[in-house]
Design a protein around this ligand. Structure first.
Ligand code: NAP
Length: 259
């Protein structure tokens, strides 16, 4: 299926690795020109070069911390007008409810709530004026099924979910869609870090921690960044213009609800 977005321009945040990179690659495979971002320039430049070589699209890389106002300003100014925005950033650290101070919550809100809101506010007006746009936020299964050790993430991402539910409907008539993609367990660096934390907390090996996590997934495996990216590209496609304010879960069946 031709997704109808060849020649469009996308900003994909936090995209040198993992799910962000999966989204960037899937968009590039559809002929979308890209602005990529991450803090570390080495991995970012390597990813940009690999995508240019494989898909022949224009790729601009901006090394910056997207969770800071200065980083957002730099990325947005290099990006210029965009048709597609994929918001993403690293997730907050795990812990216990007793660990989290006000400053920890502010940091999580900055990264996973206020950053996507700032990027949405900055890019929506131009998309609306041109009558077409796609915004996809990478959030988490945690908004449907909160994960106790990820309380900072649960709290920040629930706020973003509420924000998107309202804004997406306010702008739907302008040809711009805003939706969220909710990753369940995907095989990325982030998951390896969480396996390490679990293994240390329970006195088990990382392999055992990973096996226990896999056992919670009816599909019997972790998701891949490629699968995640394919869902993102579809949501950003011309074909998905009637999908407004949705929270699409990719979790191998782990969430046990009917909807
Ligand atoms: P990942 O493999 O660790 O990749 C994170 C990417 O984001 C890297 O390119 C990293 O590059 C970049 N990044 C991190 N912080 C950044 C910042 N402040 N500014 C700019 N770039 C930044 O993580 P992932 O697994 O793809 O996860 C992506 C998001 O999905 C996270 O918020 C995570 O919590 C959430 N999530 C993941 C899963 C899962 O199973 N993987 C499940 C639920 C939710 P630099 O470090 O160089 O900046």
């Amino acid at each position: 299926m031709d997704l109808g977005i060849k020649g469009r321009r996308a900003l994909v945040c936090a995209s040198s690795k993992g799910l962000g990179r999966g989204c960037a690659e899937a968009l590039a495979a559809e002929g979308v020109n890209l602005v990529l971002n991450a803090r570390g320039s080495e991995a970012l430049e390597a990813t940009a070069e690999a995508i240019r070589a494989e898909y022949g699209v224009d790729v601009t890389a901006v090394a910056a911390d997207i969770t800071t106002e200065a980083g957002q300003a730099e990325v947005l100014s290099v990006a210029g007008p965009i048709d597609i925005l994929v918001t993403n950033a690293g997730g907050p650290p795990p812990g216990m409810w007793t660990d989290w101070s006000r400053d920890d919550f502010i940091a999580a809100f900055d990264a996973n709530l206020l950053t996507p809101i700032a990027l949405i506010k900055a890019t929506l007006p131009d998309m609306m004026e041109r009558g077409w746009g796609r915004i996809v936020n990478i959030t988490s299964v945690a908004v449907k099924a909160p994960i106790p050790v990820l309380g900072l993430s649960n709290t920040a991402r629930s706020g973003l979910t509420g924000y998107v539910a309202g804004v997406s409907r306010q702008v739907a008539g302008s040809g711009v869609t805003v939706n969220n993609l909710l990753p369940g367990l995907h095989d990325t660096d982030r998951l390896q870090m969480l396996d390490k934390v679990d293994a240390a907390a329970q006195g088990i090996t990382e392999d055992a921690a990973r096996a226990a996590r896999t056992a919670t997934i009816p599909a019997g495996r972790f998701g891949t960044a490629e699968e995640f990216g394919a869902a993102c590209a579809w949501l950003c496609s011309d074909k998905a213009g009637f999908v407004i304010g949705q929270n699409i879960l990719l979790d191998g069946g782990a969430f046990p609800g009917a909807m």
